[in-house]
Design a protein around this ligand. Structure first.
Ligand code: FAD
Length: 190
């Protein structure tokens, strides 16, 4: 598969984000790759942000930081369950990921998530429609970073019987660009 970047940053934690954005601001074509499904690294997903948010959730829900004013019996919630803490933590993690994604996208940094086939294996039973296009060009699916022969092989192997849409911007005339589909038994119109 051809890759067309000046810089490929491995890891989307704070270090990776800063490196990628700095390079993008210097006019380089940059991608960030991470093995995790979500961007943000340890800082956003498992370390800094979750641990501090859990602490804040405990301080808030127990009323701990306001007891000097409202008295020792003050509480925001009487029965605090782990779900209450996770609810706030997941909300904050989600917002932080949105901010990071937005910042990388605004600076035209490509985010490479990977794991496409593993996700197909997991979710194909509930998928009724697939769409394909080259990444990142959104042209015919015979270029770019997604290995479509391997993806379509997996789709067949997993027994998918739904629709596959070719949702891309043709490089030239639509008819001329249909050659890629011949490899999968789809003949271009005459
Ligand atoms: C529980 C905890 C609490 C913390 N609290 C604080 C705090 O309060 N204040 C503070 O300043 N710091 C805190 N830290 C430290 C802080 O999280 C780290 O210093 C910071 O995340 C480091 O950023 P980074 O970009 O170097 O790496 P990371 O955030 O670790 O990101 C590295 C990324 O690289 C990815 N990666 C690694 N190898 C590969 C590979 N081969 N292929 C693809 N991707 C790969 C990982 O999946 C990960 O997403 C805490 C850490 C922990 C664990």
């Amino acid at each position: 598969m051809p890759y067309d970047y000046d810089l490929l940053v491995i890891g989307s934690g704070p270090g990776g984000q800063k490196a990628a954005i700095q390079a993008a601001k210097l006019g380089k074509r940059v991608a960030v790759v991470d093995r995790r499904e979500m961007v943000g690294g340890v800082c956003t997903n498992t370390g800094t942000i979750p641990s501090k948010t859990l602490r804040e959730a405990v301080l808030y829900l127990t009323g701990m930081s306001e007891r000097g004013i409202y008295g020792q019996s003050y509480r925001v919630k009487d029965d605090i369950a782990i779900g209450d803490l996770f609810q706030r933590t997941h909300h904050v993690i989600g917002s932080e990921i949105d901010v990071i994604r937005d910042q990388l996208t605004r600076n035209h940094v490509q985010i490479v998530g990977g794991d496409l086939i593993r996700r197909l294996e997991k979710f194909l039973p509930v998928i009724g429609h697939l769409q394909c296009a080259a990444v990142p060009s959104r042209h015919e699916p015979d270029e770019g970073e997604v290995n479509y022969p391997a993806v379509f092989e997996a789709v067949d192997r997993l027994g998918y019987r739904g629709w596959i849409g070719a949702e891309y911007r043709p490089r030239g005339r639509t008819e001329d660009g249909l050659g890629w589909a011949g490899a999968y038994g789809v003949a271009p119109p005459r």
